[in-house]
Design a protein around this ligand. Structure first.
Ligand code: MUC
Ligand code: MG
Length: 386
């Protein structure tokens, strides 16, 4: 039986390459909770639990994720057979409500261990195995400046790294936001797909107007335009507009996936392992969407390489990844904490092939970036500003 021998969770803060402006926060750094589990056979599993902008995006903060793992989840792992990943996660689910990002970090580490035990990539442990070796990745233009965003998009096209661009809007007036988006779409034309993410920034009336204008501007989809709990309004907007509405913050695992599908609240799902509560529930979200005829998109919480690799394994198993993915998190950061970075080439991310999630910690980098190892105790709030 593979029992827990050691567990270590810690926060790592990595600066972003430029300020990343979202409706609810401006990021200057990303703070990720990383996890290392070792079992009684000496097999190691690593995981990541990451959110955006401290407590401004969702109900879990980096500090809270670490606390949930250390205080409440670790005792539930003790004495268990860690090779029974589904059973262990069910036990955690019975005793820990919510805390999806903490659960995702733990499930990632358990699956990483299991893949290493069996000598297979994690994608082979999910839903019949992987169906693709690589997939398209969007880049988010969020500098806040139209000319700078166009320049950034042109550079990405030139480098053959991204041909899908997501624009973060919802902070300014609908008119100003639409003008910004339309200028970028005009500049890029048919060379790129342009999408927007409002991060719940609009009322239903603003969304109604905004969606009509964005459709005319040639935008391909509108992500979470209104409050996540207002599924009735999401359904009204979806029924009224040709431009598809994509659910993001509204999705917190299979239950919401089923509810939104039943109420016709969205035509595309942004699936996130963090929001879903792990890789296995994220796969279930994908299966529900597929059964309901809802398009699939691989979302991100702007995780670093560990969480991005874990997400890639799930998205590689989806029957149809119609809208591609946005697994660009590591590219937004100035440094990395793994020995070998993920490979982005020809507009695609390659799904790792080594056993487990297929990436390993670089111990020197961890020592340099661990929050508990750095002298100045810079909290995520201080780094991320408002
Ligand atoms: C979100 O809401 O989708 C994903 C890409 C990005 O720039 O922000 C995230 C969060
Ligand atoms: Mg979003």
């Amino acid at each position: 039986m593979a029992k827990l021998a050691h567990i270590d969770s810690f926060i790592v803060d990595l600066p972003t390459i430029r300020p990343h402006i979202l409706a609810m926060a401006t990021m200057h750094a990303q703070s990720m909770v990383l996890l290392r589990l070792t079992d009684s056979d000496g097999i190691e599993g690593i995981g990541e639990g990451t959110t955006i902008g401290g407590l401004s995006y969702g109900e879990e903060s980096p500090e809270g994720i670490k606390l949930a793992i250390d205080t409440y989840i670790t005792p539930l792992l003790q004495g268990q057979d860690l090779s029974r990943v589904g059973a262990v996660m069910a036990r955690i689910g019975k005793h820990v409500a919510g805390n999806h990002i903490a659960k995702c970090a733990v499930e990632t580490a358990l699956l990483d261990m299991q893949g290493k035990r069996l000598g297979v990539p994690v994608s082979e442990l999910i839903g019949g195995g992987r169906r693709r070796e690589a997939f398209p990745v969007a880049w988010t233009l969020a500098s806040g400046d139209t000319a700078r965003d166009i320049e950034e998009a042109e550079a990405m096209l030139e480098a053959r790294r991204h041909a899908i661009f997501k624009l973060k809007i919802g902070k300014r007036s609908v008119k100003a936001d639409v003008a910004h988006v339309a200028a970028i779409k005009r500049a890029l034309g048919d060379r790129a797909s342009v999408r927007v993410d409002v991060n719940q920034g609009w009322s239903e009336a603003q969304a109604d107007r905004g969606m009509a204008l964005l459709q005319d501007a040639g935008v391909d989809l509108v992500e979470q335009p209104i409050a996540k709990l207002n599924v009735a309004a999401m359904a009204r907007l979806s029924a009224k507009h040709v431009i598809p509405l994509m659910a993001d913050e509204a999705l917190h695992g299979p239950l919401e996936a089923f509810d939104i599908a039943a109420r016709a609240g969205a035509r595309i799902y942004a699936v996130k392992i963090a929001q879903s509560g792990g890789l296995l529930p994220a796969h279930a979200v994908g299966m529900i969407a597929d059964a309901a005829g809802i398009g699939l998109y691989g979302g991100t919480m702007l995780e670093g390489t560990v969480g991005t690799a874990a997400s890639a394994h799930v998205f590689a198993t989806f029957p149809d990844l119609e809208w591609g993915t946005e697994l660009f998190g590591p590219l937004l950061l100035t440094d990395d904490i793994v020995t070998r970075p993920l490979i982005y080439a020809d507009f695609q991310l390659q799904v790792p092939t080594a056993p487990g999630i297929g990436v390993a910690f670089d111990e020197d980098k961890l020592a340099a970036f661990r929050r508990d190892a750095t002298k100045t105790q810079h909290g995520s709030a201080a780094l991320q500003g408002a």
